[in-house]
Write a protein that binds this ligand. Structure first.
Ligand code: 4AD
Ligand code: MG
Length: 429
């Protein structure tokens, strides 16, 4: 039988065996302490001369940070804290030594920690972040699975660009030139014609040669697509989705938020509906604080912060100028020059976390857009077929998981949001 720290409450008074790693040690004469972590939690293990043999008490001094061990002892309630337990150790056995563990409790520089990411992920803070990431991913799946969506994952090797050609990651597919997927959207559009409501969820790649706190080269994106949905139904889906994720994290991950010292009062108001601004309204807000902003341009990070700082919930900006949006976006027939898409900006300066909208459903107009964007028509024949055979209005969006994790956890940089980040200038470990 394996026992885990997260379940200690069930074994009070019993002698059990735990397996894990030494997080920290401390001794004060007659008592020695060890903080043991096993991935499910951390527990204080008390070595008291009298409870354990002299040999065990002496061997304690061999234990070093991050060595692995097997330990037996009695589970006790913490004398002061509710729902906290400790172990009165009787014996232990060292399994794997750990000499000169590079990450000590002192402060290390970011580069050092990133070089040691494979070890850094053992720390309490990184553990809390990755637990919340997992909760977010589980809630993404549960949200769509619970609403009749079918998961239809898209390929990673793709012959054509979805999100413009400037940040395409080129690779080879034997002798053919290929790209790593920037987005599964075009494929989700195809499967939505087969299943009605679909989502894809996988890694996506953007060769962005910029070092910002929001850009990864490889990031995970979840992309729902719904046949017959228009851009407004799409925003409704997105706001219900974000409410579900945030509220579920608040409910299930209070300990992790505490570890991160996250001000969760900032997340509590994330309840649908979210405010919506037309691009022109958003620009009016920006111009008051950034008069240099050029109307018609996309927003920079500071512009997004100006907008999001006005609200305590995420805010949609819709109807961006058609000229700055992807080839597949539908132009609004009643608002010429503007696209039927929306971005969702997270509060507290986190900026865009979702991009999406309604797709162009006419073959003729799509052909014009493909030409305008200087894309190769041949690569898009299959995509054009979706308009040739039973075309429908169709809408969907993409949520960047790492940006969501950064915001929900309140982190300064996306590098901590994924186990092994790929950033411009960083591909190790
Ligand atoms: O706005 P984007 O480019 O939209 C699409 O890719 C659409 N095809 C999605 C769709 O409609 N199905 O990207 C969507 C989201 C962004 O809002 C952002 O959260 C994330 O993907 N994202 C990045 N995250 C981290 N690093 C990057 N370099 C990112 N680029 C986009
Ligand atoms: Mg975008």
């Amino acid at each position: 039988m394996r026992y885990y720290i997260s379940d200690l409450g069930q074994y009070v008074g019993q002698k059990i065996e735990l397996k894990g790693w030494v997080y920290r040690t401390r001794s004060s004469g007659k008592v020695k302490f060890l903080e043991l972590r096993d991935g499910t939690g951390v527990v204080s293990c008390v070595f008291f001369r009298g409870d354990c043999t002299d040999d065990v008490f002496t061997r304690f001094d061999e234990l070093t940070q991050e060595c692995s061990l097997k330990l037996t002892g009695t589970v006790r309630k913490h004398p002061k804290h509710e729902k906290v337990y400790e172990i009165g150790v009787t014996d232990f056995e060292l399994i794997g030594t750990s000499k000169d563990y590079p990450i000590s409790p002192k402060d290390h520089g970011t580069d050092f920690l990133m070089d040691n990411r494979h070890l850094w992920i053992r720390s309490k803070r990184q553990h809390a972040i990755l637990k919340i990431r997992h909760e977010i991913i589980m809630s993404v799946r549960d949200f769509f699975d619970g609403r009749g969506f079918t998961l239809t994952d898209a390929p990673i090797f793709t012959p054509a660009a979805c999100e413009g050609t400037t940040n395409l990651f080129e690779t080879k597919f034997f002798d053919e030139k290929m790209y790593l997927s920037q987005s599964g959207q075009l494929y989700a559009e195809a499967t939505s014609k087969a299943f009605g409501k679909v989502y894809c969820f996988g890694p996506t790649f953007r060769a962005e040669k910029s070092k910002t706190r929001r850009h990864l080269i490889e990031f995970w994106m979840v992309e729902p697509e719904v046949a017959f949905n228009d851009m407004y139904e799409n925003m409704e889906l997105a706001e219900q989705f974000m409410e579900y994720i945030v509220q579920r994290c608040l409910k299930n991950r209070p300990d992790e938020f505490k570890t991160l010292e996250r001000d969760i009062s900032k997340l509590a108001p994330v309840v649908a509906p979210f405010p919506r601004l037309h691009y022109r309204e958003a620009v009016d807000l920006i111009l008051k604080e950034n008069p240099a902003f050029i109307v018609g341009d996309d927003f920079g990070a500071p512009d997004e912060t100006i907008i999001s700082s006005k609200f305590d919930k995420p805010v949609f900006v819709h109807h961006f100028p058609q000229a700055i949006k992807a080839f597949y976006m539908k132009e609004d027939p009643s608002d010429r020059g503007y696209a039927m898409g929306s971005d969702l900006l997270a509060p507290e300066g986190y900026g865009e976390i979702i991009g999406g909208g309604q797709r162009e459903e006419s073959v003729e107009r799509l052909l014009l857009k493909i030409a305008e964007h200087k894309l190769n028509e041949k690569d898009f024949q299959w995509y054009l077929d979706l308009r040739r055979y039973g075309s429908t209005p169709s809408s969907g969006f993409g949520l960047g998981i790492e940006r969501a994790v950064a915001w929900i956890c309140g982190l300064a940089h996306v590098r901590e949001t994924i186990p092994f980040p790929r950033l411009y200038g960083r591909s190790y470990p």
